[in-house]
Design a binder for this molecule. Structure first.
Ligand code: ZN
Length: 163
């Protein structure tokens, strides 16, 4: 081994890369949002951040929620309207668009007006709230992993039956 190779190897033994082949992962239905599926790419026990790939059917929507950690997304395909879309003073995000959502921001219904896919990272939990801002439930990285585990367990018998 060259000096550089052994140095790099020694250095990188202290770290752990995360590399995810999303094509080989099943889409898991989001139990809170009809017509929305996701794949968990990474969660962090240190920071509480979680990164997922979302696939949303035309007409699907996320319910009203408040970000308890900032979020950011990159639209891969389709179109989404936040706060009624740009024609109502909100945001319309299309393929190729990037968005940043500060911690504390409240999103009323976020609607997908086309079949859409986007990469999303939230640096903390999401708090789903009703129209009077009462807390309905909180989704943190542990919840994301629990939903993933339940979704995979539900998919396993279906896959076995199809064989
Ligand atoms: Zn949001």
């Amino acid at each position: 081994m060259s000096n550089k190779t052994s140095r790099d190897s020694e250095n990188n033994a202290k770290f752990r890369d995360v590399y995810v082949h999303t094509d080989g992962m099943p889409w898991i239905p989001d139990p809170f949002s009809k017509g929305i599926w996701f794949k968990v790419l990474r969660t962090s026990a240190e920071t509480g951040a979680w990164t997922v790939l979302f696939k949303c059917e035309k007409g699907s929507a996320f319910a009203r929620h408040q970000h308890l950690g900032a979020g950011e997304y990159f639209m891969l395909s389709g179109k989404t309207e936040v706060r009624g879309g740009v024609q109502n003073g909100g945001i319309t995000a299309c393929a190729g668009d990037y968005g940043y959502e500060p911690s504390g921001v409240i999103h009323d219904s976020t609607c997908f007006v086309e079949d859409s896919m986007f990469l999303f990272t939230n640096y903390g939990p999401l708090k789903f709230i009703d129209d009077d801002d009462n807390t309905l439930f909180v989704v943190d990285w542990l919840t994301v992993r629990a939903i993933e585990a339940q979704g995979l367990a539900n998919l396993a018998p279906a896959a076995a039956a199809a064989e």
